[in-house]
Design a protein around this ligand. Sequence first.
Ligand code: PEP
Ligand code: MN
Length: 364
Amino acid sequence: MILILRAQIPPEELDQALVQIGCIIGLPLPPLVKMEERYMLALDAAHVDEEAFKSLAGLPAIERVIPTKRPYKLVSRELKSEPTVVMVGDGITSNVTLIGGIEAPTIIAGPCAVESREQLFATALAVKKAGAHILRGGAFKPRTSPYQFQGLGVEGLALLAEAREQTGLPIVTEVMEPDMVEVVAGYADMLQIGARNMQNYPLLTACGRQQRPVMLKRGLSATVNEWLLAAEYIVAAGNPNVVLCERGIRSYDPQTRNVLDLTVVPLLRELTHLPVIVDPSHATGKSTLVPAMARASIAVGGDGIMVEVHSHPEEALCDGQQAITPHQLSEIIRNIRAMVSLSFEEGKDVTHGYDAIYPHFIVR
Ligand code: PEP
Ligand code: MN
């Protein structure tokens, strides 16, 4: 269940209310979270019997009790029926773009890994020209083999910041360990938690304790509940700006790298208010399959896509077989614009229609 405290509650009353709630529950309280001007506390229903429920609901500091039985609470639709809109970029060092709650899908594109200034800049300028809104690129790479290219580390972060300066695109990049969260957040506009780290709870909590939005990729074989509970860790630690990214799940058939689970997009709409984007690159592992699955991701209602793009895919140090070219990206974006505009502005000029429904995209 979720206890929603009164808006603008004075600090002394808040302290008093926490003592009262603690006495009623008889267990240490979880972290207090502030979302949209209100403090709230999420409790496991198993710890609250009928009598305790009545006492809690009767406390003067409590405005409302939302009785959810779902294991995840703060990310659930029961808490909030309107979609969460996540803002990426600060409008000073980069453009501002939004993910979620708007009709126009957000396009995140860039190389798997930052390899060199030339490679990053060539790709960054090309994805910007193609119409991408956010630049991706890994500086710290979680590679299956210790002998594969591991990324440029902090040097890669500095190159990403330079690419943002050049293009105006906000950047998203992966952070792999709690101790590096502050460093990566010093450069990135959005932090990425990779599939392999979806259940790294100290990392989730560290990302929840800082201000940058977080893109949480689905674990290699994570259930939807496990994934939403991982998101709950970030929100419960104080950061409501979480974007979920479906990137395919493990299966038995080696024909594709993973199986793209598109069912989760409409399913997550029912379960959570968080935005959902889709990564068809890691899901398929094959550049030839990316355009169709990118279109499909939008058709099922995704709030955006994240795709790997390389100016010369055959030379990529990481994931080259799934990288598309900037030309292929512009085709994908043209198709997505057409799909979205057609569904909203039938018969009108396609490009104009898309821009008209993207009023929140603020250029610095
Ligand atoms: C990536 O986005 O480059 C990446 C490593 O993805 P995932 O964590 O989904 O494998
Ligand atoms: Mn990759």
